[in-house]
Ligand binder design. Structure first.
Ligand code: PEP
Ligand code: MN
Length: 328
């Protein structure tokens, strides 16, 4: 913890500060650094609880914590990749593909089989859709559970399904292999806790316009509450202003470097356009993404949601095929 001191600090304040710090953080070590103090030997929960008190001590201008102090589990060094149910240990890229949402059994199973043949390693299997408009298609709900279970049996592929509510987690975890936390729910801390404890892989999307630190903190929630296998996914900020990058590839690379976690890119929701999505997918893979979460189906033109950004099976096959060559 770094404490920035106020300028022109009176002697009294300066003299009283170590004692005041020892009262709010018993056992901490305090040393002088340029412009302030460095406080060490404090656990993350003690630091978190004491922070508002430290900020109010006389003479303190600001208090800051490093990523490693705030998110010790997410930032811990050491291997965090895994081989089941998705293989992030080999040198190949990992592709989770499927329509935005499951709409009906026939079309979903047909797309699932075609995607497997085209190189998918797991299926997007969304039955609940968090839509910005309450009038838009919300997903087929629990009626879709038996459809995705059938797709899993038919293809042998693991399922990645978004949980939009804590009450869905347990039942989804009975069938699905990866629980997806969508961008809108990155900051839904009760959902993070529930998903973390479900014993499944959790895929955490970066919230729209969320900072690296906010993303890391959400990952920390998952790790602290029991998630053993975690995947991050960069999906852009949905700004789409001219000149604005669609995916934040720098932030994606930084998250991968700091956490050591596998990181996917979602070029579909980032671009909202299937032609752009295909090019963006390759760009993200080149920039170090460990794979893609991509909307792809047999019939994007009749999709009830996000058809415009859903690529055809042929395009998906070309992207996956391009990446079959080992990473350099
Ligand atoms: C999705 O992947 O189905 C989705 C809703 O994406 P996001 O949460 O990134 O908007
Ligand atoms: Mn979608």
């Amino acid at each position: 913890m770094k404490i920035l001191l106020k300028k022109n600090l009176g002697r009294e304040d300066l003299r009283g500060l170590p004692g005041a710090l020892a009262r709010v953080l018993p056992g901490c070590k305090v040393s002088r650094v340029p412009g302030g103090l460095c406080v060490s030997s404090v656990s993350p929960s003690r630091a978190g609880n004491a922070l508002p008190l430290v900020e109010n001590l006389p003479g303190v201008a600001a208090v800051s914590l490093t990523d490693a102090e705030l998110c010790p589990l997410a930032c811990a060094r050491g291997p965090k990749v895994f081989s089941k149910p998705l293989d992030f240990t080999s040198r190949g890229k990992v592709f989770i593909a499927g329509p935005c949402a499951v709409e009906d059994e026939e079309s979903y199973l047909a797309s699932a089989l075609a995607l497997k043949a085209a190189g998918a390693h797991a299926l997007r299997a969304a039955i609940f859709k968090p839509r910005s408009s309450p009038y838009a298609f919300q997903g087929i709900g629990w009626a879709g559970l038996k459809i995705i279970a059938k797709a899993k049996k038919l293809t042998g592929l693991p399922l990645a399904t978004e949980a939009t509510d804590t009450r869905q987690v347990e039942r989804l975890a009975g069938v699905c292999d990866v629980l997806q936390i969508g961008a809108r729910n990155m900051r839904n801390y009760e959902l993070l806790k529930e998903a973390a404890a479900a014993g499944r892989v959790v895929l955490l999307k970066r919230g729209m316009r969320a900072t690296l630190r906010e993303w890391l903190l959400s990952a920390e929630y998952l790790l602290k509450h029991g998630a053993r296998k975690l995947i991050l996914c960069e999906r852009g900020d949905s700004v789409n202003a001219p000149g604005q990058p669609l995916l934040n590839l720098e932030l994606m690379a930084a998250a991968k470097k700091i956490t050591g976690l596998p990181v996917l890119a979602d070029p579909s929701h980032a671009s909202k356009d299937r032609l752009v999505a295909a090019a963006l997918a390759l760009k993200a893979l080149k920039a170090g993404a460990d794979g893609l979460l991509m909307e792809a189906s047999l019939d994007p033109l009749s999709a009830l949601v996000d058809g415009r950004q859903t690529v055809t099976i042929e395009t998906f096959r070309a992207i996956a095929g391009e990446q079959c060559k080992p990473r350099t």
